[in-house]
Design a protein around this ligand. Sequence first.
Ligand code: EPU
Length: 336
Amino acid sequence: MIRYYEDIDITSRNSFHVRQRAKRLVEFDRAEELPELFAKYGTESWYVLSGGNNILFTKDVESLLIVPCDDRIEILDENATTLRVKVGAGVEWDDLVAWAVEREAWGIENLSLIPGKAGAAPVQNIGAYGVEAKDVIRAVEMYFVDGGNFVTLAAEHCDFGYRESVFKHSLKGRVVITAIEIELSKVANPRLGYGDVVREVEARGGATITNIRDAICAIRRSKLPDTAVLGNAGSFFKNPIVEQAVAEKLLAEYPDMPHYPAQEEGKVKLAAGWLIDKAGMKGYKRGNVGVHERQALVLVNLGGATGGEVIEFAWEVVAKVKERFGIEISPEVNVL
Ligand code: EPU
């Protein structure tokens, strides 16, 4: 079914809870409805609004907002070792994780409690605690708006990288993702190598899939603000990837600086949260916006902030980090 709204308040449709309106918004339940939807409402100016968890609206939206609502999870293939599943773009990501954990299907338990919908997962290749969506995504189903055709793109053509994919580049503004196909493992495969995960899992009695999910949920709840209480979009910035020489120079001065090998050779990933924290900005507030007190990578709406205020605050954080470390951090959220 297609549901159409005009001049609609979208405060509750963005996790930052900035108060903006959209001229036109349309929800659809099934991929097959997209040709009809675009024929009726036009293809000139549109934007896919999924869960609204990684977006900052800085003004009222003139473009047509399109919200995918297909919330079906369908088993495509199952054998002794693997489970292949098609997931509608409108499935809550964490409902999918809960579904998999219940079936002891391994692969996404470390991605527990990431806010957002399944259709958005491949766009920024969501990741946490040593796992990325690309580790399980085998294909992405989409509708090409200009051509009016449906395509299933294999994962190897999605150019997945750290918080990156083809959907942020050459396919940006051209396709509507309608479903993802993922492959989970029925063979236990705990990944406990990141930060506090192993300790939290041991405290719960060992590496069962349920214990891992519970541990990840506990870690996230202890650091990340609940969007229902404090508007935010998770990590506001990406972790910067720098040349080895740049990292080495900083490490000579700050030997305790967290750093990780980047996927690209000769490059190092730094922790933007640490940089912001060390620049003295953790807990910093101005007006209705702040740097979260427990995780400096998260900017929070303290109540009533406009998108414009948030972005202005973000540039202040960027400038401070640049001044202190010479490193340019950039937003991970989409600014509209
Ligand atoms: N750190 C600080 N101070 C802070 C925050 C972090 O010193 O205020 C240090 C930590 O002690 C740690 C390092 O920085 O040594 C990294 O911190 P953390 O493990 O919390 O992870 P992150 O790099 O800040 C990334 C993801 C998160 C994800 C976590 C866990 C990005 C942009 N963010 O954050 O993803 O949950 O790792 O895997 O890559 C999101 O994208 O919205 C998100 C929450």
